[in-house]
Design a protein around this ligand. Structure first.
Ligand code: GLU
Length: 472
């Protein structure tokens, strides 16, 4: 059997990280078993579904590197087929028309509640003669569910889950206006798309019992189910807006790399021994549902940051430059030329071990292409440019102008010799220089920075510090 999984988002908002994890698990499961993953847009809620949300979901999946197989299925386009299945069930005596008015249903709910019974539909039209149908009322179509016994789902994550069939009501398949319900559409589409495995959040476990009976009513093979525990916030509560960013798009904007996000989402609820850093290839080789935990995973931003720092370090310099150039250009309203890109690429070795996100990296790298502006905004750096540093800087510029080689080791020798000659420790020479060249009090190795900036730019930056004579 070829495994076919599916990712069926409702396009009512962005790609939530919980959904992204569901997509990842479906993708990994399919890839691990040499199968396919289908993508279905569940756009039956016409009022809340938007093209913008569809685009955001597709963008999010693409960014995460989660591709799907075959054409995207749009659920609303199958509405006629869904309705036809409901009719088939009526003809087979497995579904029926129900003519209850909203008032009757309300009354039913209230009396059930008063009697302490679950507020389920009381099946009053199940065996009634259709000749009793009131005139002028459009009926809904309900499925006949078993009235006694038990249903067990051998869930691939939760194990066997059993409920008493009394808890399942004759739910609606077609609304009075003839439109199919979510429950009907999902089952028909899952069948028609040949889905073999339904992997999704455990908030759908209750639906699974209803869906299973619908598959059985149609004599269709029932797919395997795997219900993954939801993601909780660091405080153990269900993840919600107050826990911060929820859309994958927002993590992207915060400067996380897709592979870090993938690794992080993978580890949210799934484990393989103590492995923390797991490449996608490795994940495809290892992934299965038996290692998905049964309790909710907690979202931990610090962990995501540390994975991101790892993947930043592993990234090629050219890729990082491609990603940070637009960030620097927008923040500083500049256009970075090839010369600037080369400097940034050379600077990456020293910068990438210090960054947690692309935003950090862009911010820390900007000095390679943007000259510091005086007075410096960074207070600690500004303090480094107070007298007597100015006089020292002026002399340093003169010493550097005479340097014969501009390799970092040689620059270091020049500065050390300069310090000794003027009876100054290296710090006294280096710190003001760092402030002048980078605008900051912290940077990668100063000699490396100077080598990359080149002699002209280095000396021009020193001379731009107010108080340093332009011809020093
Ligand atoms: N469209 C549903 C959702 O976004 C998924 C339904 C399913 O997985 O069966 O929650």
């Amino acid at each position: 059997m070829t495994v076919v999984t599916r990712f069926p988002p409702s396009p009512t908002g962005r790609l939530h990280i919980g959904s992204a994890r569901t997509a990842l698990f479906n993708w990994l499961y399919a890839r691990h078993h040499g199968g396919r993953m289908a993508l279905r847009i569940e756009d039956t809620d016409r009022k809340r579904s938007t093209q913008e949300a569809i685009d955001a979901i597709l963008d999010g999946l693409t960014w995460l590197g989660l591709d799907w197989d075959g054409d995207i299925v749009f659920q609303t386009r199958n509405a006629e087929r869904h309705a036809a299945v409901a009719k088939e069930l009526i003809d087979a005596g497995k579904a029926y028309h129900c003519y209850c008015t909203p008032e009757e249903l309300k009354e039913m709910r209230e009396s059930a509640r008063a009697a302490g019974r679950p507020a389920l539909y009381d099946r009053r039209w199940r065996d009634r003669d259709p000749a009793d149908a009131p005139a002028g009322v459009d009926p809904v179509v309900r499925i006949k569910m078993p009235q006694c016994g038990k249903t067990t789902i051998p869930d691939l994550v939760q194990g066997d889950v059993t409920i008493a069939n009394e808890q399942l009501d004759d739910f609606i398949l077609l609304r009075a206006d003839g439109t199919p319900t979510y429950m009907l559409s999902v089952v028909v589409d899952d069948h028609d798309m040949g889905i073999t495995h339904i992997i999704r959040g455990d908030d759908h476990l209750n639906n699974a019992f209803r869906q299973l009976h619908l598959f059985r009513a149609m004599d269709w093979p029932v797919p395997a189910f795997g219900h993954i525990p939801l993601i909780h916030g660091a405080d153990g509560q269900k993840l919600s807006k107050r826990h911060g960013a929820l859309g994958v798009e927002e993590y992207r904007a915060m400067g996380f790399l897709p592979e870090a996000m993938r690794n992080y989402l993978l580890r949210l609820g799934w484990s393989h021994g103590d492995e923390e850093i797991i490449s996608t290839e490795q994940a495809v080789a290892w992934f299965d549902l038996d290692r998905v935990g049964r309790s909710p995973a907690r979202f931990d931003l610090a962990k995501l940051e540390s994975l991101n720092a790892h993947y930043l370090k592993e990234s090629s310099n050219t890729r990082l430059v491609e990603m940070i150039v637009p960030l620097i250009e927008t923040t500083h309203d500049v256009s970075i030329d090839d010369n600037g890109r080369t400097r940034l690429a050379r600077g990456m070795e020293g910068l990438k071990p210090r960054a947690k996100t692309l935003l950090d990296l862009a911010q820390n790298a900007a000095f390679y292409v943007i000259r510091p502006r005086f007075p410096l905004e960074n207070a600690k750096a500004a303090k480094l440019l107070k007298e007597p540093a100015i006089a020292i800087l002026a002399d340093t510029a003169a010493a550097l102008s005479a340097a014969v080689s501009w390799k970092s080791d040689d620059i270091e020798s020049v500065l050390r010799a300069f310090g000794e000659e003027h009876d100054l420790g290296l710090g006294k020479v280096a710190q003001p220089l760092r402030a002048a060249l980078t605008g900051s009090n912290a940077s990668p190795s100063l000699f490396e920075v100077m080598e990359i900036l080149g002699p002209e730019e280095t000396i021009a930056r020193i001379r731009a510090v107010p108080g340093v004579l332009p011809n020093s």
